[in-house]
Ligand binder design. Structure first.
Ligand code: ZN
Length: 239
């Protein structure tokens, strides 16, 4: 069953299972799920009381995950609008030409402009999004491959193969499957390179530790001493 508690201004959703056990068990998963296992005879009120006692610990666990709030202001993809690429701001410049034969759809960075040539303005959004996705594919691999290679050497986990892919996720910058596949959110291409490195390193550390315990944090700090700075930057960037 699913339920929730309120703690301060925060709401914590959880799923609850009853099983043959003596104490309450709480797990926070990388998908931001709070899983609670309770002894068979416990009441929902007593479960909630115990969760409230543990609420600050749960929130701390949740906050380690790379959650972000999707942008509130939607882009309109009209000239003059600001768009981010690798942490820098570019002004959108839209050039529309009716001459379908000679105009080639095209997106490129030109000085401080993100210049889009299109045959009609309705196509601008799609062109820009496709451009971002292509850039994400190229740059993520350029950034991730050397990080991956030095990481597996340092941590002696050479049995793991390089496996990084890109997928749009509503609330996550990155994730990592049990089989060692790292998934990155293409929206990350809007963030500074060090933020992208931080997300990759965070997920690489999950190849060693699947939780967010102190061991995990120690490893992450060893791999990237300034990770907190880039984590904060990332959280403020698209919020
Ligand atoms: Zn994590």
């Amino acid at each position: 069953m699913r339920d929730y508690i309120e703690f301060g201004s925060k709401r914590i959703d959880f799923s609850l299972d009853f099983s043959e056990r003596k104490t309450l068990g709480i797990t926070v998963t990388p998908d931001l799920e709070v899983l609670v296992k309770a002894p068979m005879d416990s009441s929902i009120d007593s479960v909630k009381d115990k969760l409230r006692n543990k609420a600050s610990w749960i929130i701390r666990q949740l906050s380690f995950f790379l959650a972000f709030h999707p942008k509130l202001t939607d882009r309109k993809f009209v000239g003059g609008e600001t768009h981010l690429y690798l942490g820098r701001q570019y002004r959108l410049k839209v050039i529309i030409s009716d001459d379908v034969k000679s105009t080639k759809d095209d997106v490129k960075l030109k000085g401080q402009f993100l210049e889009v040539k299109a045959t009609n303005k309705d196509g601008v959004k799609e062109l820009v999004e496709a451009w971002y996705l292509n850039k994400a594919k190229d740059r993520f691999h350029q950034i991730a491959l050397p990080l991956f290679e030095s990481f597996i050497k340092r941590n002696d986990i050479s049995e793991i193969n390089y496996n990084i892919s890109i997928r749009h996720m509503q609330t996550r910058w990155g994730s990592c499957t049990a089989k060692g596949k790292i998934i990155l959110n293409p929206e990350l291409i809007k963030a500074p390179k060090s933020c992208i490195e931080y997300v990759i390193i965070h997920e690489l550390c999950h190849l060693v530790h699947h939780d967010h315990t102190q061991r995990f944090l120690d490893l992450q700090t060893r791999e990237m001493p300034e990770w907190e700075k880039w984590k904060n930057k990332l959280e403020n960037l698209l919020a």
